[in-house]
Design a protein around this ligand. Structure first.
Ligand code: CTP
Length: 391
């Protein structure tokens, strides 16, 4: 359809970028990016009126996006970009598809598929993207790619981690150079943080973080940060815990990436860490949990190690945010106790008859609540099976 409209207008339209990569990898895609040799906004408006939906045009960028059902479509006029300084938002001029593609980051992200009727489905691969997809290689299109946009340093590692790819020899060399030149420090914080947020959403977060370690990028982004084997071990252990949690309690899933970040930040000073969370626009639960991590987590852990009765475990852990429970559970010393809490203790309920009886005795409000809690604790202590049943 897009192709027909483009044809009618005398334009050429192509699906481009990461979408093409994902299509070739056999993934489902819901966000389609188009590049138009011609007026992208006009094309988007024609399409929108056909489907009776709204367009959101950005004339200064020559782009427009719209939604058709569950599909999100983005149209951009083919453009050439010049960066005034590393990492800055680029200046834009009209150009051909090839010029539009050559300004992109990696070969696997710089392919296009024609959608005009006479050439519908034709893959356009000027830079060897197909070959690199096959060989599992991340390769920049030109030597100044990382200098033009240092965010690409992190993008390279994100794609490598996500897809299990490697950087080509020269890309790896250029990446290291860019890191050593301090380009990550020079790029606008907002864009770096945006990229960090994307990385934290990835399933293969652990692989990405170990590439971050290998190429020493976080040292340039988080002040005073240093990788240790101990931290890496903690992250590996946390990954096992979050995988377990997301399988056992799918309805309670949270954005686990933030929990990984919390563990990373726990190795540095609180003020730097809180500032980082602000820069990265972490949600309020992350900031609040991070505060408690510094103030109370070690105390809880110490008490938990000493705790023997179920009720003691319960009292220590109830009201603790899930993110902190997961972090605690990734510590071997208290793992079983946190697991017991998550699987059972927190679900212990007092029988309704008991509550009725308390009410009949005239208890209400806070008093009633306290009485219920006491009974709950007694029940979980009597129920020896809580601990006995553990495998
Ligand atoms: N791009 C680039 N340099 C950047 C960011 C993006 O060259 N710093 C180009 C790439 O061609 C990329 C496309 O813009 O494929 C779209 O960018 P984006 O939506 O951020 O990435 P995707 O490749 O679609 O990745 P993801 O799967 O994470 O959405």
């Amino acid at each position: 359809e897009v192709g027909e409209i483009a044809q009618g207008l005398g334009y050429k339209a192509y699906i481009v970028g990461g979408v093409v990569r994902d299509i070739l990898l056999g993934k489902e895609v819901w966000d389609l990016d188009f590049v138009v040799e011609g007026d992208a906004i006009e094309l988007a408006e024609r399409l929108a009126s056909r489907y009776k939906v709204k367009t959101h045009p950005f004339p200064e960028f020559g782009t427009a996006h719209l939604k058709v059902g569950t599909l999100k479509l983005e149209f951009a006029t083919a453009r050439r970009e010049t960066y005034s300084r590393p990492g800055a938002y680029p200046k834009v001029e009209r150009a051909s598809l090839k010029e539009d593609l050559v300004r992109r980051d990696f070969t696997i992200n710089a392919m296009a598929i024609s959608v005009n009727p006479e050439s519908f489905g034709t893959l356009i691969d000027y830079f060897g993207g197909v070959r690199d997809l096959k060989d599992k290689i991340i390769r920049v299109l030109h030597p100044v790619s990382f200098i033009e946009d240092p965010v690409r340093i992190l993008r390279a590692l994100r794609f490598a981690g996500r897809l299990g790819f490697k950087c080509s020899k020269s890309t790896e060399r250029l990446l290291k150079q860019a890191v050593n030149l301090g380009l990550l420090e020079e790029a606008p914080t907002g864009r770096i943080m945006n990229e960090i947020r994307l990385a934290l959403r990835e399933d293969r977060i652990l692989e990405i973080l170990s590439l971050y370690r290998k190429f020493k990028v976080l040292e340039h982004i988080i002040k005073g940060f240093n990788w240790t084997q101990n931290l890496e071990d903690k992250l590996v252990s946390l990954k096992k815990v979050t995988d377990w949690h997301s399988l056992e309690f799918p309805s309670e899933r949270i954005d686990y990436g933030w929990v990984f970040l919390m563990v990373i930040l726990s190795t540095i000073k609180p003020d730097v860490s809180m500032k980082f969370l602000q820069d990265v626009s972490a949600p309020s639960w992350v900031r609040e949990s991070m505060e408690s991590l510094y103030t109370t987590l070690n105390i809880i852990k110490g008490n938990l190690q000493k705790a023997e009765r179920n009720s003691e475990i319960y009292k220590l852990l109830k009201g603790v945010h899930l993110s902190l429970l997961l972090i605690l559970m990734s510590c071997r010393e208290v793992q079983d106790k946190v697991k017991l809490f998550l699987e059972r203790l927190r679900f212990v309920k007092v029988p309704p008859e008991a509550v009725r009886e308390m009410k009949e005795r005239g208890l209400e409000g806070r008093e009633l609540g306290e009485e219920i809690e006491k009974l709950k604790e007694r029940l979980m202590d009597e129920e020896k099976s809580f601990i006995m049943e553990r495998p």
